[in-house]
Design a protein around this ligand. Structure first.
Ligand SMILES: [Mn+2]
Length: 324
């Protein structure tokens, strides 16, 4: 952390922190862990996320303080786990755009959109960066902070199993557990639990899975969602599950959104491949092995366009690999 970032954090008294829309464990864990730490520093804080906190993250201490629309005057905005400013959604209101912005993130596609950028591509999660920040500021860890930050680490590493999981991650997890975080509770709440509606949705989406070269893909239509009885079912587990197929190096799930006008595309890749490039080319973001984008168009249009781009990208990667 450079001195400009340390100064702005110490100087600012009223801090608005915002994580990304459609929040995951790292977005919420870093938002809340950072929020608890700011309180310890004696700051006035507001924590915002443009979408509600999903029920299975409601064990996180302080989650009830997160608002969708912040109100009040601030002297600093901090974005957490966002690769671009749009990821903050409506919580980043127009009147806050004139304020200094500190961008804290670990996505390879981060656009360095902040006045200050604390972007660490080596970090497996934004929670890890927050931990290192608190360490440098010599702030004590307490059980709520530890529980929030370990949640970010566990969810972004899917239980310490991603290529991004370094020895540093494990030693930070060790310190968070020693400070009172419960690893079994976090794993059980986040990784080993999903709504029955999600399982029913998989049951509808899986028969349509198709293998195209080494790419296994499927679709989730709005009709499938309606049939599960829940309009907003998180299906991020589905794309991870597809990638467990022996025959696949890349998995893609196309999810119809907004009355069929938009498609959310989730990509996963096995180590050695890069799906960040294709997401970025389409205006999305993410990591080499996990990325996503929302594309305007109908399901068949978007599917054909994206699969063709993905074919090209993977073929180019294969050629590059053969040369090097
Ligand atoms: Mn993250």
């Amino acid at each position: 952390m450079d001195t400009a970032i340390r100064d702005i954090l110490q100087r600012s008294q009223r801090i608005l922190a915002i994580c990304h829309v459609n929040p995951d464990g790292d977005a919420l864990g870093s938002l809340l862990g950072f929020g608890w730490a700011l309180k310890e520093m004696g700051k006035e804080t507001a924590l915002a996320c443009a979408d509600p906190v999903p029920p299975f993250y409601q064990y996180l201490p302080g989650h009830e303080e997160i608002v969708q629309q912040p109100v009040g005057e601030f002297d600093l905005v901090v974005s957490l786990d966002c690769s671009d400013a749009q990821r903050m959604g409506d919580s980043y209101r127009d009147e806050y755009r004139r304020l200094p912005l500190l961008n804290v993130d670990h996505h390879v596609t981060n656009l360095r959109f902040g006045t200050f950028n604390l972007v660490d591509l080596e970090a497996a999660s934004t929670a890890e960066i927050i931990f290192l920040m608190l360490d440098e500021l010599a702030l004590p860890l307490d059980p709520p902070i530890a529980q929030c930050l370990l949640t970010g680490i566990v969810t972004d590493t899917r239980g310490f199993r991603t290529a991004s999981c370094t020895p540093r991650v494990l030693s930070i997890a060790n310190r968070l557990m020693a400070a009172g975080a419960s690893l079994p509770e976090i794993v059980s709440r986040t990784l080993d639990r999903r709504p029955l509606a999600a399982i029913r949705l998989w049951a509808q989406a899986l028969p349509g899975a198709q293998l195209r070269g080494r790419v296994l893909w499927t679709e989730v239509t709005e009709a499938m969602r309606a049939a599960t009885g829940l309009a907003t079912v998180d299906d991020s587990g589905l794309v991870n599950f597809l990638l467990t197929a022996e025959e696949a190096d890349v998995a893609v799930v196309f999810s119809e959104k907004n009355g069929g006008q938009e498609v959310e595309v989730g990509f996963r890749a096995r180590p050695g491949w890069d799906v960040a490039q294709v997401a970025l080319a389409l205006g999305g973001g993410g990591h080499m092995l996990a990325s996503g984008v929302t594309v305007r168009g109908t399901l068949p249009e978007v599917r054909e366009r994206v699969l063709a781009l993905l074919d090209e990208s993977l073929a180019a990667q294969e050629r590059a690999h053969r040369i090097t």
